[in-house]
Design a protein around this ligand. Structure first.
Ligand code: CTP
Length: 407
């Protein structure tokens, strides 16, 4: 029984996939979990509370108050009791409400009160799933640290084919088991992650920056935290909001600020993942007054910044790891490996600007991981959340190797 002692709130919303939640519930209970089912009013149109309460061995919570005796379900208590809130199936409407703090049923108030991680299994038609509004809402949920179980590709209730069908109950069950298992993988570990661009000030209104959105770094931080680690992100200016008690964000602007904070934090950590697109050059002089338009061009003298990854690579102890990134346009494998050795990294994650769907701003990435023996491992194009899983799996194995060496 891989889930014994675990408290799970299973939330159902109004989707045809609600019937699959019965199988999911049976799987969770078989694995030893104690499950409290919460159904939205429209979920009850698709599957009856009787089925769910019989399978869970508990009355289903659905209304704020019981019509019979006026007793009420405390969403706060449920939110605190749960080790995991699992919303499966999650409709586009519920996802939208979760993203925007709308609480018009017991499941949504439970979600907002939850102190534990939340997993969401979307279920909808392909066009609804790919609609920019739904994708933006999923991005918001992801930035809150909620875990999204990617829907499957296949036949939909509408008769159409595409991406949107809720994952099969057995796959969701394995995700839940993995979630609880992986929390042990980096327990009591602390990681530093750098993310986003840096802004190098030219004058009070101008800076030198780059296109980095910070999405990859934040996804890695989320995944490290999901594996039980404490994470400190030293982050350049980004538009990502994140709420995870295990993640601390230190906002910085310039490469030199990022360097100072990294230098201070690194000794307390088990390793660093250097995901930031740090400016390589910064203006030699900052002009306190705005440069005015003139007849002639403007020449700004630049000086190199400190290579933070290389510094940490030199400073690292035997027990620490440093992971770098390389964004390349040509001779990718060769350039990435030479960065790995120059900066004394444990492994390097290569992105090629020549790969469609990889690089700045997009939600997907295609990576190659290169180790210290110059062995490349190639990965498919995936969502940044999935890519983060591959990278963190390698972090876990590198940390494991360090521990083995010590014993
Ligand atoms: N990096 C860093 N500090 C810098 C520059 C880069 O920590 N001042 C880190 C990045 O976060 C990344 C790795 O070094 O993990 C490689 O960054 P990249 O920009 O690809 O390489 P550079 O060393 O800057 O070389 P170049 O830009 O010439 O390719």
């Amino acid at each position: 029984m891989r889930l014994s002692g675990k408290h799970i709130v299973l939330g159902l919303t109004g989707s045809i996939a609600a019937y699959k939640a019965a199988y999911l519930l049976r799987g969770l209970v078989k694995e030893g979990a104690e499950v409290q089912v919460v159904m939205t009013p429209s979920a009850k149109e698709f599957i009856t509370p009787v089925t769910m309460s019989a399978l869970s061995g508990k009355p289903v919570a659905s209304e704020f108050f019981s019509a019979n005796d006026g007793s009420w379900y405390s969403h706060v208590d449920m939110g605190q009791w749960a080790d995991l809130v699992l919303i499966a199936p999650a409709t586009a409407s519920t996802i939208g409400k979760m993203a925007h703090g709308i609480c018009d049923n017991l499941l949504l108030t439970t979600y907002m009160s939850a102190k534990c991680p939340v997993m969401v299994a979307p279920a909808m038609d392909l066009d609804m799933f790919s609609h920019p509004a739904n994708q933006a809402n999923l991005d918001i949920l992801h930035s809150y640290g909620n875990l999204i179980i990617e829907p499957g590709d296949g036949e939909l209730a509408s008769g159409l084919h595409g991406k949107g069908r809720m994952q099969e109950p057995e796959i969701i069950l394995e995700e839940v088991v993995r979630f609880f298992d992986q929390k042990k993988k980096l327990l009591n570990k602390h990681f530093l992650v750098t993310a986003g661009p840096t802004h190098e000030k030219i004058d009070p209104v101008r800076f030198i920056g780059n296109y980095s959105s910070g999405k990859m770094g934040y996804a890695i931080a989320n995944e490290l935290a999901a594996c039980g680690a404490k994470v400190t992100i030293v982050s350049g200016p980004v538009h990502i909001k994140i709420t995870n008690p295990e993640i601390t964000i230190i906002p910085v602007e310039s490469a030199s600020e990022m360097y100072e904070h990294c230098l201070r934090i690194f000794p307390e950590t088990d390793g660093a993942v250097m995901c930031a697109a740090v400016a390589d050059f910064t203006p030699e002089k900052y002009s306190a007054t705005k440069f005015k338009r003139g007849k002639y061009g403007l020449l700004i003298q630049l000086k190199p910044t400190t290579d933070i990854a290389a510094e940490l690579g030199q400073l690292k102890s035997e027990n620490q790891i440093v992971v770098g990134f390389a964004l390349e346009t040509n001779d990718e494998l060769q350039n990435a490996y030479s960065k790995l050795s120059k900066k004394n990294l444990d492994f390097i994650v290569l992105n090629s600007m020549n790969d469609d769907g990889a690089g700045f701003g997009v939600n997907t990435n295609k990576i190659t991981i290169i180790d210290r023996d110059n062995n490349p491992t190639f990965f498919e194009l995936k969502s940044k959340a999935e890519v983060a899983k591959d990278i963190v799996a390698r972090v876990v194995s590198e940390i494991g190797k360090k521990q083995e060496k010590r014993h």
